[in-house]
Write a protein that binds this ligand. Sequence first.
Ligand code: SF4
Ligand code: F3S
Ligand code: FES
Length: 232
Amino acid sequence: MQVELRVQRFDPSENDEAWWGEYVAEVEDNGRVLDALHYVKWFVDGTLGLRRSCAHGICGSDAMVINGRNRLACKVLCRDLKQPIKVEPIQGLKVEKDLIVDMDPFFAGIAAVKPWLINDSPAPAHERLQSPAERAKYDDATKCIQCAACTTACPIFWTDEEYVGPAAIVNASRFIYDSRDEGSRERLEILGSKGGAFRCRTTFNCTDACPRGIKVTERIQEVKRSILFRKM
Ligand code: SF4
Ligand code: F3S
Ligand code: FES
């Protein structure tokens, strides 16, 4: 099938202004937006810049704004969208070229909440055991692929550069509620301070944007409660 695309283009080495590239791509009937962008890059204009890797919704590298919504280009079928399909870079991060944005501030927000297991107790003879009920407490957060669809859909993140963003809070919650972890107090301290979870105004854009179906706002509210009721 033929697909009409309007893609936001920007190359700071050529022009200070962004512009709209209009293209017609050939894709299979079940072709995804990523396939249409590949067609443009490979057969129409090789200068188009975009990130992608797995092409199967796992790596999180191709989040973009598709017909006004944050989506993964590899997870959206062209036939389900109104044409011309409008494709723009995710918002709130500096555009480096076309659909490629500077992800450093996003990953800095995640790194700030220490998203790794902290446990300084002597290691047991075998593994650190965990019951199915304990594992279930943080299951939702394990699905995150750090695609930034949530954070770049958040109006607070767009305007407040101190806010770590919803993805960082989800990644913190992955460890805060892990029974094997001993770093919760430290993470809650970070998330209870300026730029932390209370910057969230519960607008739910993040939950709507998440391609993994994570209940992002619920995770944030859970963390807010833990901050308020933690033992100092
Ligand atoms: Fe992407 Fe969802 Fe993780 Fe946010 S919570 S980074 S939208 S997978
Ligand atoms: Fe932003 Fe999500 Fe909160 S969109 S304001 S982090 S509910
Ligand atoms: Fe990996 Fe889309 S290319 S998630």
